[in-house]
Design a protein around this ligand. Structure first.
Ligand SMILES: NC(=O)c1ccc[n+]([C@@H]2O[C@H](COP(=O)([O-])OP(=O)(O)OC[C@H]3O[C@@H](n4cnc5c(N)ncnc54)[C@H](O)[C@@H]3O)[C@@H](O)[C@H]2O)c1
Length: 348
């Protein structure tokens, strides 16, 4: 017997929702079908229909969940709505792939994960950088012990201009600025590659350089609403003795925009450009492998959606993150903001 395709619902058909719609289309309708789409904007629903003409469309996610049988719900709205949508989708019997940042705080994150556990459902966060082949290689390399253990990591997430094309620059919608929106990608990746240690303390600071920087390029609406940090720095200690230094910057055209450099006891790992060097008999030896698959951003979203859908088809559990990792990331982000606001170190 041929298994039926996975039935997918997408809530939020904006920039990232559209990416999911297109990526799932490429899997083929025998693998997955987007059968329902939800957005407040008729125009965005129309755009979704162009990719998935057969999908039911609505502006009410509760109506979508009540009237469609879904295996997977992708929550691709802004973070102020993630908690209610994730909970409703779980209660409706679907597993949930939720866009980053996960929730607005640890309490919301615990509620969602507790609900998933109670209902026997799964939740994964869309930190797609984990799905880059270079990321997987570095993760496995550290886990193998071949480069010793991580001791220090410098990581960053940057944009040339604040991302004012979407509602990322005002707090009521975004749950934070450059940390929640941009830096979270490299932060999650570097922690995962480093063996997912538990955060012990953080000392952070944040600034808003806009509109002094980049202001002349912004529309009056952006100037009026902009109320998040566009520069975020922190020093985080972990329980394996490693220290991470973070920089998020929305006024920096640094290539590459999302990356880390990790010092281990036997070598050094760079995520982008992808470089592995190892100390051998006192010599620094370049051990960067040639990887066949592409580590682009779009490909990582494709790999992520393919993985969660294929596992649903196979009846295999999602395995990219566990509860501890998700809660640690949320706890660290909450602690980062608390430390920056209070100008004090936070000990977890
Ligand atoms: N992983 C990535 O590469 C990546 C890239 C971009 C954005 N994101 C994340 O995706 C999420 C969405 O970001 P975006 O840039 O697509 O924003 P967006 O504004 O382009 O899209 C969000 C959509 O949600 C819709 N929406 C808002 N409230 C709703 C509601 N109550 N019911 C139904 N629809 C509603 C809006 O109308 C909008 O179309 C954010 O969490 C963001 O951080 C992830």
């Amino acid at each position: 017997m041929i298994d039926p395709p996975i039935r997918v619902g997408v809530i939020g058909c904006g920039a990232q929702g559209q990416n999911h719609l297109k990526v799932i289309k490429e899997l083929g309708i025998e693998t997955a079908v987007v059968s329902a789409c939800c957005d407040l904007s008729p125009e965005r629903l129309q755009n979704a229909k162009e990719v998935w003409p057969q999908a039911r469309t609505t502006d009410d996610f509760t109506d979508m969940l009540a009237s469609s049988e879904l295996d997977l719900v992708i929550v691709a709205t802004m973070p102020n709505t993630h908690v209610k949508m994730a909970l409703a989708a779980l209660e409706a019997g679907a597993d949930v792939l939720c866009e980053k940042p996960f929730m607005r705080n640890l309490e919301e994150a615990e509620t969602v994960l507790d609900t998933a556990e109670r209902l026997g459902r799964q939740v994964q966060l869309g930190t797609n950088m984990r799905y880059m082949p270079t990321s997987r290689y570095l993760h496995n390399l550290v886990a193998s012990g071949e480069v010793g253990v991580p001791v220090f990591c410098k990581l960053w997430g940057c944009h040339v201009n604040p991302p004012w094309w979407g509602p990322h620059y005002y707090l009521s919608s975004s749950a934070g600025g450059v940390l929640a929106s941009t830096l979270i990608h490299a932060l999650d990746l570097a922690i995962w590659v480093g063996g997912s240690p538990n955060p012990v303390s953080v000392s952070a600071s944040m600034r808003c350089l806009f509109p002094g920087k980049r202001g002349p390029l912004a529309s009056p609406e952006v100037k009026e609403r902009f109320n998040v940090e566009d520069l975020f720095t922190a020093l985080v200690r972990f329980d394996n003795g490693s220290t991470y230094v973070l920089e998020g910057n929305w006024c920096d055209d640094r290539p590459p925009p999302h990356s880390f450099e990790m010092v281990t006891t036997q070598g050094k790992l760079n995520s982008d450009p992808f470089i592995v060097t190892v100390d051998e008999d006192g010599e620094v030896v370049n051990k960067t492998p040639e990887l066949q698959e592409n580590s682009g951003w779009g490909e990582s979203i494709q790999n992520q959606d393919t993985d969660v859908i294929q596992r649903l088809r196979d009846g295999a559990p999602w395995s990219m993150q566990d509860r501890r990792q998700l809660l640690n990331l949320q706890k660290l982000i909450d602690g980062c903001y608390e430390s920056a606001r209070t100008e004090r170190e936070i000990v977890f």
